[in-house]
Structures are given as structure tokens and as C-alpha cells.
Design a protein around this ligand. Sequence first.
Ligand SMILES: CC(C)(COP(=O)(O)OP(=O)(O)OC[C@H]1O[C@@H](n2cnc3c(N)ncnc32)[C@H](O)[C@@H]1OP(=O)(O)O)[C@@H](O)C(=O)NCCC(=O)NCCS
Length: 191
Amino acid sequence: MIILETPRLIIRNWRESDKDLMHLINNDEQVMEFFPFRRTREQSDEVLYLLKNMIEETGYGFYALERKLDQSCIGFCGLSATKQLQPPFPDGTIEIGWRLAPQFWGHGYIAEAANALLQYGFDKKNLKEIVSFAVPDNHRSINVMKRIGMLRDASRDFNHPRVNDDYEHLRPHHVYAITKAQFQAMHNQNA
Ligand SMILES: CC(C)(COP(=O)(O)OP(=O)(O)OC[C@H]1O[C@@H](n2cnc3c(N)ncnc32)[C@H](O)[C@@H]1OP(=O)(O)O)[C@@H](O)C(=O)NCCC(=O)NCCS
């Protein structure tokens, strides 16, 4: 199931053959620096199946990114419903999120996928707003948010409720958001 194509990427649902990559991006210390958990192979396989089913059933979730150049799965980028994060996000809020294996950082792949997914969310899913959030020290992720035109909304900054005491320093999150009107203005599209 293909969601979208961009010049360099296919944004699609997950396959069995993506399991190695899924484990890497759930367990690698560099990738997981700002996450309060690491996943075993068994757990990451389970996440792959959960995501695959969610995408099939709802159309939303973190989609696999396949590089056209060599058909390798490089990570994920997707639109997903926030879960039990009230406040600041009422049910029905859609976030955009991403994670790449380190060897694929620094090529603009996430900005390319995320821009296409914002357009898809606003045009095809008729969303009014898409949010994103990160630990303030996660500059690489926050730079993506800025690069695709998202703006900080400090009024919605929050402490993540599902971060355990061992990772207390990862609780505070900064919130960024973009509305359909802001996206259209940025890309010179008519409302
Ligand atoms: C967050 C993350 C996805 C960002 O990846 P990234 O590769 O830095 O982001 P982009 O795809 O937007 O690429 C931007 C970089 O590619 C460079 N680039 C190279 N070729 C490019 C091109 N053709 N187009 C655009 N940018 C290009 C940019 O200059 C920029 O480099 P810089 O960071 O050195 O300035 C990645 O660091 C990651 O997976 N982190 C771990 C997981 C994580 O924290 N996820 C977010 C949780 S909130």
C-alpha cells in the first residue's frame, strides 16, 4: 500500500522485510537519544505489525520510507493521532513524526517526506492543523519542524505523561504546529 511518492522516496505501509530496519531505529543509542525506552527485536516486530494494521485500518500511522535509489527502507515519517495527551491535544489531533537510521541523516529525506505529508494531510484528509513535539534538546527534530514551516506554540508545551522517572530529563516537550492556511500561504496556494 503506497501512500505517496516524492522525487526520492516512496511513502508506504510496512513489510516483513523492514523488520531489521525497524529494530535498528528502536534500539540504536543515537536514534533513541531522546526516547525513554529501547525495544528488543521481539518488541519492534510487534510495533511493525501494530503500525501496519493501524495504517490499513485508519490510513494514519508512521509510514515506512523507502529510498527509490536502492529500494532500502530508511526509517519512517507519518501522520498519526495523538494518544492520551490532553492537555494539550484533544482527541482527533494529528501529529507528524519521524525517525531515520543514522546513515540516512543529513540528506533532506525527512523534510521531503514531511512536506509531502503536510500537503496530503491538508488536501486529502482535510485537516485544519498538524502538530509536532520534541524534547527541547532534540535540535535535529526541531530543525525539521522549522524547515517545513511549523511554528512554536509555547502555550501548548507539556510534560510527557508516559516518561518514567529514569528518564525524567526527557519529560518536557516543546510544541510546534502548522495550520492549513499557513501551509497554503507558504506554498502560494489558494485557500
Ligand atoms: C530527526 C531526524 C529525522 C532528522 O533527520 P535529518 O536528516 O537531519 O533531517 P532532514 O531530512 O530534514 O535533513 C536535513 C539535513 O540534510 C541536509 N541536506 C542535504 N541534502 C539535502 C537536500 N537535498 N534537501 C534538503 N536538505 C538536504 C540539510 O542541510 C540538513 O543538514 P544539517 O542538519 O546538517 O543542516 C533524525 O535526526 C532522527 O531520526 N533522529 C532520531 C529520532 C528522533 O529524534 N525523532 C524525532 C523525535 S521528536
